[in-house]
Design a binder for this molecule. Sequence first.
Ligand code: ASP
Ligand code: MG
Length: 405
Amino acid sequence: MALVVQKYGGSSVADGEKIMNVARRIARTSQDGNRVVTVVSAMGDTTDELLELAYNVSDSPSSRELDVLLSTGEIVSSTLLAMALKSLGEQSISLTGAQAGIRTDNSYSRARIMNIDPKRIIKELEKGNIVIVAGFQGINDDMDTTTLGRGGSDTTAVALAISLKAEKCEIYTDVQGVYTADPRIVSQAVKLDEIGYEEMLEMSTYGAKVMHPRAVELGQIYGVPILVASSFMDKPGTLIHGGISMEGRNKVTGIAHDLNVAKITILGVPDKPGIAAAIFERLAGAGISVDTIVQNASTENITDLTFTIAKSDLGPAMEIVKPLAAEIGARDFVSDSGVGKVSIIGTGIQNTPGFAAKMFTALSRESINIMLISTSEIRITCIIKEDRVKDAIRALHKAFELEQA
Ligand code: ASP
Ligand code: MG
């Protein structure tokens, strides 16, 4: 009997009817002779609504209480799904993250899974139950509930697939798979049949919402293939795996974009050792992750330092930069929250000249100004004005002929 781990996202369990639809799909998988462990997200926008409730009663809610509160969203959907399965005549039980044996570190709201003890899950499977696990949560050494960060149910699912030695992890969502670009922006976007872990990791880190980057990373480390497919249709989806053929590799695989970006420039910074360390240490200390960093080549030992962060971190980042700029003797600082990122991704970019030139040419033809550029071995990212991001994606999709993917 094969063991299947499936995950259903929030939009797939948004109301009673959708939960029944998911229950029917799970029942079919079980009737096909599989043992099934399902991970669910909270219904629809529940997590956002719970967050709003918390901020209605407090400007800085206790992180411990906040994690317990947010974890309830997934508990609601998991219990309803177990009830729905029973109403279809299937044996089923829901488990919280703690009951499922998911142990994490202590960092509330962005906890990392330390280990999983799958005893209880295995016991329930042996009793013939379909096991429904509440995603996005675990328990720390003090038995307090922790959450894994927004979108963390994907990580729960992949981690469970690893721990239970499932053949693959299936992620069911409201789109048919991973596309060459966001199909809501580019009508010619093509669904990919497969994509490598590395490329998917860059895609999701640089804005593709379909999978959580940490889940892709886990899949890559343990070599667990991940299928991303629609929960509403019976279509093949996209398989994320490691064994991609070398053929046809010298091209761009996809375009990712991110609108949750802000840019900070510290002007007239003395060019001496320790300045960058001071700035980025303090930002890191506040849990703010910095992405693209650009420092001008200095003239007369004065330089400008620009970096990007998530737009949602701009407020707290400026609280840090303000006093710091004075401390380090910077002339001034400015911020811009009207920026976005567009990236081309493909293993073919590696060691192949011409991709950057083609990207910049396509953007310049649309009169799109590039503010910052960052690259990895398999990615080129341009920071541009937020209101030109859609034009940029369309121009790049065409320039790299992704409609023929
Ligand atoms: N419900 C959580 C969120 O909205 C976790 C998830 O959906 O994966 O971020
Ligand atoms: Mg969600």
